[in-house]
Design a protein around this ligand. Structure first.
Ligand code: AMP
Ligand code: TRP
Length: 330
């Protein structure tokens, strides 16, 4: 069975973008692949976090993974920081990564902008290397992610290849798996910007734990262009195109079918229907979340996940140390 690894940072509430771009696909893949899904808490520390808030979010993401349909019998679910080998391997990989490569990462450039101030942490710069470690530590064949992570997986491939060239075949060079549709869900208020959980303008992001009426309102008041034709045109009609992508992925119908259905109906009817489709997708997730978030079951799942993942990770990091001539011969 081929192996897949992916993770999500607990930096804010999970969004509909996380669901459509990542989690929904994890669920589809879990029968076909050996799936490892973790909570990337170390990655959250690249920006300032409140410790109690972070703890809560780690539990929330775990509960949401399960509530969305990840089955702990099939999928290994764990917390990144509970497995020391992630950080250990990250350092070894830093020794195989060039400053120039990290400088080219667009996410880093977007986050720091032009003002390279004192307050930007070095971990924000090296974070793609930790992500590479997260992946190749488990010899993953595939990495299911949204579009924004593609460049990081490309970097992971380069680092793995470089390591293999220098030291002989050791890591599997993984491939990104990006959904054909929904790989970049956009902000509802600014459809030129990615929907993001760590965003202040909360009206643009639908959170999986938002009140259902609030979700309806966010969709109904989303930004669309001034004509009223429901037609997919990414370039000229980014707002409605984004809503159509959400509709299409959640209702499993094509753009053409949506277009035909709403011909002459206008945006109002379309948005009302979409609001119900989104609410119908999210309601059962929230119900299940509420049942399990405080249960002991979550800790049991995380314990089992940690035990399984750490065995694999420990073996690999020991071999990597040995390969590089660290410590004593074993
Ligand atoms: P993050 O929230 O940055 O930890 O992202 C976790 C996963 O969700 C990654 O695979 C991202 O590519 C994916 N993701 C995040 N935001 C979006 C979005 N707006 N549309 C599609 N996928 C997303
Ligand atoms: N960097 C990813 C993000 O911000 C999260 C992540 C961390 C990840 N490690 C990973 C995703 C490994 C896939 C595989 O979205």
């Amino acid at each position: 069975m081929k192996r897949m690894v992916s993770g999500i940072k607990p930096t804010g509430g999970l969004t509909l973008g996380n669901y459509i771009g990542a989690i929904k696909n994890f669920i589809d893949f879990q029968d076909e692949y050996e799936l490892f899904v973790f909570i990337a808490d170390l990655h959250a520390l690249t920006t300032k976090q409140d410790r109690l808030e972070l703890r809560k979010r780690i539990k929330d993401i775990t509960a949401l993974y399960i509530a969305c349909g990840l089955d702990p019998e099939k999928t290994t679910i764990y917390i990144q920081s509970e497995i020391a080998a992630h950080s250990q391997l990250s350092y070894l990989l830093e020794c195989h990564t060039y400053m120039g490569e990290l400088n080219r990462m667009t996410q880093y450039k977007d986050k720091t902008g032009k003002n390279m101030t004192e307050s930007i942490t070095s971990s924000l710069f090296t974070y793609p290397v930790l992500m590479a470690a997260d992946i190749i530590l488990y010899d993953a064949d595939f990495v299911p992610v949204g579009d924004d992570q593609k460049q990081h997986v490309e970097l992971t491939r380069n680092i793995a290849q470089r390591f293999n060239q220098r030291h002989g075949d050791f890591f599997i060079v993984p491939e990104p798996v990006i959904p054909k549709q929904g790989a970049r869900i956009m902000d509802l208020q600014n459809p030129l910007k990615k929907m993001s959980k760590s965003d202040d303008s909360d009206k643009g992001s639908i959170l999986l734990l938002d009140d259902l009426n609030r979700i309806r309102n966010k969709i109904k008041s989303s930004m669309t262009d001034s004509d009223s034709e429901v037609r997919f045109d990414q370039e000229n009609k980014p707002g409605i195109s984004n809503l159509m992508t959400i509709y299409s992925t959640l209702a499993s119908i094509t753009y053409k079918e949506i277009q035909d259905k709403y011909i002459d109906k206008g945006y109002g009817v379309f948005k009302s229907d979409l609001a119900e489709i989104v609410v119908d997708a999210i309601r059962p997730i929230q119900e299940r979340y509420n049942e399990i978030v405080k249960s002991k079951e979550l800790d049991d799942i995380l314990d089992a996940g940690r035990d399984k993942a750490s065995k694999i990770a420990y073996k690999k990091i020991m071999k990597a140390n040995n390969k590089l001539g660290l410590g004593r011969k074993r």
